[in-house]
Design a protein around this ligand. Sequence first.
Ligand code: UTP
Length: 226
Amino acid sequence: MKIVIAIGGSILLQSYDYKKFQEYSDILKKLNNQHELFVVVGGGKPARDYINIVRELNAGEAQCDDIGIEVTRINAKLLLTSLGDVAYQKIPHNFQEALEYSAIGKIIVMGGTEPAHSTDAVSAILAEYVKADMLINLTSVDGMYTKDPNKYDDAELIDEITAEKMLDFISGKDTKAGTYEFFDMTAIQMIKRSSLKTVIANGYDSQNLLKIINGEKIGTKIVPKK
Ligand code: UTP
């Protein structure tokens, strides 16, 4: 399968050291024997910290986004270092470059592209662009909930949802640099218009990636409209 995998910065930098980068690179190396892989890496706390600094310096929102993008590319570079020769050692800055670099047959790793969205959107646009069979978004929660699980005890995990319903849920949420909500609108629009087979799951347990690819029911699956 051709698979696009988004890994949140909060996952990779959970313990602020090399461990998650190594853990994921070991799994990606295994998967690479059977699948064509594109990985999109998020910014996490360092991106938010730098965005806060530059915002204090009076930068506009798009400029703040640009700082966030730079940080995602640093994280992508760390994962590339860990992957070594199985990955193409240059970070695509746009989708055309990602497609071009993939012709070599190695794992492609990238961060952000342009302002006004998060790496969730990058992964969904990339999945469209390269005609991926599957999009997997590894994030810091178990999937999509009926309500914010941090605020409500009766929040329930949704195991299947249509992109249309997700859009209803998420519309109206904040979209400032560094604060893109649980899953950004652009990403859902892409999933909707191209019926991308998508799973959102908890990435703190890196084994979840293998389980999803093996067809186990984990996280929230985005399904076509019934
Ligand atoms: P992330 O994709 O990591 O955003 O990009 P996020 O949702 O805030 O963070 P995590 O990783 O899931 O915790 C970090 C920031 O970089 C900018 C945005 O400001 C985003 O919030 N960014 C990223 C862009 O503007 N464009 C991109 O293509 C990617």
